[in-house]
Design a protein around this ligand. Structure first.
Ligand code: G3H
Ligand code: 13P
Ligand code: ZN
Length: 317
C-alpha cells in the first residue's frame, strides 16, 4: 500500500492509549530492521528522515528504500516524516519529494517567528495532502550540527499551546518535558524525571490533540554493555526509563521519537563481530548482526513500550 499520513494513526493511538514509534532511518539495514519488526508485529509505523540523513544517504535512495519496505511489508500503514525541518525550503522539498508528514522545528525562534514559519509550512503542506508537526519548547542535546546545552533548553509553556496550534494549524505538537536528544539524557546519580504535569496541562488545553515526544530513547544498558565490552566508550550513557514512556503513551503522547537506541543497537552488533574476530572484513557479516539488533530493539519497543502491536488493522480499516 502507498505511504499514509499520521492522521488516522494518531486518532486511534489517542483513543487507545498507545503511541506510534517514529524511528529514524539512515541506511538500508536500519530501514530493514525497523520494518521487519513492525511487519511481523502488525504495528503502524512512522519512518523519519533528518536533514543529516538526507545529506548522508540522499533523498532518492531513502525514498526507494522506503518504497521497497512497503512492498515487503504490505500489511502495515507507514508514514514517511521529515524530522526537525529547519526551514520552509527543506519542508517543501520533502513534500514535493513524496513525504506524507513534515516537522517544522521553529522551537529556537521567538513565539511569533515560530508561528509565522509553521503557518507557512502548514499552508503548503495541507495544499499537498501532507500533515505537519510543530514544536514549542527546546530540548537539550545534539541533532546533527545543532547542539543545545542543558542550561539553554526550556520546558514548553502550556499557556502558549492553544494559541500556537490555532494560529498555525499544525496537526501535532512536539513539547519539551525533560527528554533530550542523544545518549546522555540525565546526569549520573540523579533521578530521571519528566514533567508529566506539563503534559497533563497541555492535554487539558488541547483535548484530543496528538502530542509528540522527542529525545525518547531509553539507552538500553544491554547494548551499552556490548559496546563497552567490545572496545567502545559511552561512559554514563543514560536514557528515559521505559515506564515513563509507557505512561506518556497512555496520556496525550501519540508519537515517540527513537533514534539513539537504533544507533546503539547497530553499533553494538558491528562492534561485537569485528572485536571478536578482527580478521573479518565482509560488511554483510557485521551489518547482519547490527540489523538484527535494530530489529530486536524495535520489536521490544512495539510490544513493551509503545503498546501498538497488532494495531495496523484498526488503522487500515
Ligand atoms: O533528533 C535528532 C535525530 O536523532 C536525528 O539526528 O540530525 O544526527 O540525523 P541527526
Ligand atoms: P533520541 O536521541 O532520544 O533517540 O531522540 C530522537 C529524536 O528525537 C529524533 O527526532
Ligand atoms: Zn528530535
Amino acid at each position: 500500500m502507498p505511504l499514509v499520513t499520521s492522521t488516522e494513526m494518531f486518532k486511534k493511538a489517542y483513543e487507545g492509549g498507545y503511541a506510534i514509534g517514529a524511528f529514524n532511518v539512515n541506511n538500508m539495514e536500519i530501514v530493514q530492521g525497523i520494518t521487519e519488526a513492525a511487519g511481523e508485529l502488525n504495528a503502524p509505523l512512522i519512518l523519519q528522515v533528518s536533514a543529516g540523513a538526507r545529506k548522508y544517504a540522499n533523498h532518492t535512495y531513502l525514498m526507494k528504500l522506503v518504497e521497497a519496505a512497503l512492498i515487503e511489508n504490505p500489511n502495515i500503514p507507514v508514514c514517511l516524516h521529515l524530522d526537525h525541518g529547519a526551514d520552509f525550503e527543506i519542508c517543501k522539498s520533502c513534500i514535493d519529494g513524496g513525504f506524507t508528514s513534515v516537522m517544522i522545528d521553529g522551537s529556537s525562534k521567538s513565539f511569533e517567528d515560530n508561528i509565522a514559519l509553521s503557518r507557512k509550512v502548514v499552508e503548503y503542506a495541507h495544499d499537498h495532502g501532507v500533515v505537519v508537526e510543530g514544536e514549542l519548547g527546546t530540548l537539550a542535546g545534539v541533532e546533527d550540527e545543532v547542539k543545545v546545552k542543558a542550561e539553554d533548553s526550556s520546558y514548553t509553556r502550556p499557556e502558549e499551546v492553544e494559541e500556537f496550534v490555532s494560529r498555525t494549524g499544525v496537526d501535532s505538537l512536539a513539547i519539551a518535558i525533560g527528554t533530550s536528544h542523544g545518549a546522555y539524557k540525565f546526569k549520573p546519580g540523579t533521578k530521571p524525571q519528566l514533567r508529566f504535569d506539563i503534559l497533563e496541562e497541555v492535554a487539558k488545553r488541547l483535548p484530543g490533540f496528538p502530542i509528540v515526544l522527542h529525545g525518547a530513547s531509553s539507552v538500553s544498558q544491554e547494548y551499552v554493555k556490548i559496546i563497552q565490552e567490545h572496545g567502545g566508550g559511552l561512559k554514563d550513557a543514560i536514557g528515559i526509563p521505559e515506564d515513563m514512556l509507557r505512561q506518556a503513551a497512555k496520556m496525550a503522547v501519540c508519537k515517540i521519537n527513537i533514534d539513539s537506541d537504533l544507533r546503539l543497537a547497530l553499533t553494538a552488533g558491528v562492534r561485537q563481530v569485528l572485536f571478536e574476530d578482527p580478521s573479518k572484513f565482509d560488511p554483510r557479516e557485521y551489518l547482519k548482526v547490527g540489523r538484527q539488533y535494530v530489529k530486536d530493539v524495535v520489536a521490544h519497543k512495539i510490544k513493551d513500550v509503545l503498546g501498538c502491536e497488532g494495531k495496523a488493522s484498526e488503522i487500515l480499516g
